[in-house]
Design a binder for this molecule. Sequence first.
Ligand code: PLP
Length: 466
Amino acid sequence: MPSPQLPNSMAARDVAHVLHPYTNLVKHEAVGPLVIERGKGIYVYDDQDKEYIEGMAGLWCAGLGFSEAALVDAAIEQMRKLPYYHGFGHKTTGPVVELAEKLKAMSPLPVGKIFFAEGGSGANDTLIKLIWYYNNARGRIDKKTILSRIKGYHGVTIASASLTGLPANHKDFDLPIARIKHVDCPHYYRFAQDGESEAEFVARLAKNLEDFILAEGPDTVAAFFAEPIMGAGGVILPPKDYFPAIQKVLQKYDILSVSDEVICGFGRTGNWWGAQTFGYQPDFISCAKQLSSAYLPISAVLVPEHVYETIRENSGKIGTFGHGFTYGGHPVAAAVALRTLQIYEERDMLGHVNAVAPRFQTRIAKLGDHPLVGEARGIGLIGATELVADKKTKRSFAPTAGVGAACMNFAQEEGLIIRAMGGDVIGFCPPMIITESEIDEMFDRFERALAKTMSWVSQQGLNAAA
Ligand code: PLP
């Protein structure tokens, strides 16, 4: 990695001028950034031309990898024709209409309308507002509390960061806001009680949810947000029958459900939607990331017909539906998203994911035998290993020990970019175009990194008895 000390290097200029998202800013001044310059397929290259497998598809998003010419062409063509327009006040553009039609055709729910925003946070923020607006419009003015889950991730705006159930997103930001409350995380490995079966765990979570709703007052609880697989919280898969059990409770109290498909949407779990993989039948969907393979920022909210009807009538009374972003439904982003979805179909991306996923999952599962790995988990082309100090007791390393970060750095040395999350969880979510031999190469590199991590942990005396 180039030293940030080198005067006028890109790294030094970055340290001097850029405020980095999700970065330890003190450490950043010492170590500087990795400067990524170009990409090809599943690989990216730094400014020293070192090659890395992008094991996280960037931020779980570049489904078609880093050099898809057809998406570049779609962007250029639309740029030349009409580089910008908007949808305010009865305007529209062709790409937005076509993308809405395409998303409706792909949707697992009876969708009435599609609303476009720029990213996942904006989509989830929009949903909170839509749900409040909807409940006001139908006279349920006290039904406003929104539930999400501990370890869920839904974004960083004031409302979506409040939905997010991770301490770093709340601490010192004065969040979460009132009306957004968190319920149990469905991670069986971490939160099951001694001797509790998976079915008993699910029943307990459903009962806890019901108790929570009753304590809040069912007439005050409006909606429940969930990712089919919790991504940034640590690639946490729901136990079997979790969503049907939870939804039974939600339906009993007229509580709307949202599937945040920002990571899981568009094939990642082996179906178009993560909700389909886990028997979740939400009222709303938010999606982004792989919607455009991340080539341009765009997100979408899928709104059911009955909700749309109520919102429509209310906008007529108020005079407008007072919500929308300058860049929501940007025509160039919409053209790229449309082309992305066409490519997924033309190249049978679902078929590809399901063909290579067994290799990916076999390699993940094999990591479960490693002495540092407490749990290896995944489905489709997403997975994680959770590194622990003691496999038998599941004891985690102290957060300050930085084991996950060390493993991520060793992986980088080996030419692999992965993500270390809280609790020393290492995530894998490569571009969906990855081949079987590339999957092997990715895990070979990771195994070398894990061996280095193991030696480092021993040198530091971190896996000694607590
Ligand atoms: N929802 C989920 C499930 C996400 O993973 C993310 C981002 O990683 C978001 C929402 C927020 O999206 P954005 O960063 O585009 O605002």
